[in-house]
Ligand binder design. Sequence first.
Ligand code: F6R
Length: 585
Amino acid sequence: MCGIIGYIGYRKASEVLYSGLRTLEYRGYDSAGIATLDGGKISLIKDEGRIEQIHSKHNFFRLAGKIGIGHTRWATHGGVSQKNAHPHTDCKGRFCVVHNGVIENFDELRMSLIAQGHKLSSETDTEVVAHLFEEEAKKTKDASEAFSKAVSKLSGSWSLVAMREGEQAIYVSRNGSPLVLGIGSGEMFCASDIPALLPYTKEVVFLEDGDRAILTKNGYLIVGKDGKRQNRKVHTISWTANMAEKGGYPHFMLKEIAEQEEKMREALACDVSGAIRLLRNRKQLTVVACGTSYYAGLVLKTAMQCWLGLCVDVILGSEFAYMRTGKEKVVLAISQSGETADTLSAVRLAKKSGAKVIAVTNVAGSSLYREADANVMIGAGPEIAVVATKSFTCQVAALLKIALLLSGRKAELARLHALPELIGGVIRRSAEIQKIAKKLSGRRDFFFIGRSFAFPAALEGALKLKEITYLHAEAYAAGELKHGPLSLLEKDVVVLALAPSDGTLPKTISNIEECKARNATLMVLSDSKDALSKSELHFRMPSCDPFAVPILYAIPLQLLSYYMAVGLGRDPDKPRNLAKSVTVE
Ligand code: F6R
């Protein structure tokens, strides 16, 4: 969702903002803009469309100045248009602001500003902030104070970054949406996400909710919600700038799929001791997560319930408020970004009623990381493509490690270490998947089926396919087909059957037969000759433990979605309507 970048220092701001916005593209957006301050005056370029298109139409680099703010917008209030794109300014263009989040009381503020004579030119919730800043600046010469007063009138969620004509400073505020400061030498940055800062600095400060800060080229000053100066911890980021580059691959998604052999080693080496401490001797565990991370949670549920007899409730972040008992003792939250609003709000609710929180995340210093009592870092490195690939397999690896350790399954844990090699082997056979993708081109309906550990893998496979190809894809526990979905099967419908040779195989083969009998097109993924022989269209999988199936079978499914999306002319890195980091509820 909306991406923010701010710069003050000695470089040409428009260049820093442009490259920052390009890096933040993965968050998802429909319009973009930048504003710089030069000779005390604000100049601005914004429009709808892709950053590259806007740049070739308007040329961002014609804006001079060494201070500036930039934004990619993912529309919430008001349609996709030039006037609704950020930055937004006050009546005279002297104050300007970019925003990520939702100002909940904007209607009321808007009415009152209009009554005071302000002319608002967009339909956004954000614009009121620029006008409030203008209004407050009439009462004090201190721009920082005026900005604080303006912010104090808001309710909702935001990360806000603002400038005022004539001031050599950037004003920022955070409440519920991510914002990180980057510390340079003679320069300062702020951004929604770390990758935008990596070319310039590894020293970062994560703002807390309620923080306001003023950035100058020589440093920063943070004031907390209590109005007192705060010394927030400076984190040194281990990620490098080239981790967030394509590195010769046509798409980030393909690069991230290919990285899984190496990233799996890092995930398996993750420190789970804090999680184990909180989970030992528990009888019940609540897991909260969204999307792909939720499916990783289902793998944990299968493992913990089978191996430990532990009762595991896996609840979607957005449903937690309606399903919780209020008696949760430990909540394990899974989130690649650590910024997903639904997951965070679930965690905050659980904490209020006294639950301890374990975070399984990819981003050190993220909101979830800071809320948690124990952190498990999955070690996937920056994931830039909007859809999750390596973060899913790394999450599952970290979660299995927890379950295997808790249940004392040392031999099985040792066998997990064979996975990187197996993953590499599947990736090196990408050409086979590419051929299958070609054979399936033109098909519009896909059903993914699997049992036990293969079921979350089927769910994840269907999610990947629909996200980036925009084709209809859904997943079922293989035994569920006969309870309804079989009525949809006919000649052109494709059934992707995940049929590992474990205890589930005979029943899955029966389900495959059911689909064949309805003339569906079958594509079988299996390590069993029997299962593979059921369909001409198949992919031979290496044999693995049943619990490793969600990891290993995810790889060909990711590749299949990727090649099908490319075949359809879609951009697999930036699927329509989707955002990487979903920071609104
Ligand atoms: C799917 C995908 C989303 C995310 C979901 C949660 O490819 O990327 O479904 O998994 O938005 O995101 P995180 O894990 O960052 O909380």
